[in-house]
Design a protein around this ligand. Sequence first.
Ligand code: TYD
Length: 137
Amino acid sequence: MQELLPGNCRLVPLTVRGDERGSLVAVEANREAPFPIARVYYLYGTGPRVTRGLHAHKELRQLAIPVAGSCTMLLDDGEGRASILLNDPAHGLLLPPMVWHEMSDFSADCVLMVLADAAYDEADYIRDYNDFLAAVR
Ligand code: TYD
């Protein structure tokens, strides 16, 4: 059984199509990513003492996949917090709206790929933690 994560976050298992040549993982919209995919971005070359994220989204749904290396994701729904190690390219973390998240402890080789269901929109961000708490409580 998967441990329960805050804010209906969950780890999505991805099928690895491996053979003697290596591994291949496919992520399709409305399947492994349970939403239409409008945007892909990825973080890499992140310093070891850097914390990124530090926000919640009002509506955006995302799936974060550590395609290489590892990082830690802190998840906070205003009621509870959990830290999860992302280190398996065969699992994506589903990140629903209204979850405060912070990424840290990036390994030097970390490439964190994120699939999102909408284009970048600064108006969808809540970047102040107290504003986030006021909105979820
Ligand atoms: P930022 O929100 O600070 O990243 P993080 O949440 O990981 O700390 O984004 C860094 C910059 O990149 C900022 O100027 C906004 C821009 N950006 C885009 O233009 N498109 C995107 O899809 C994302 C995620 C960020």
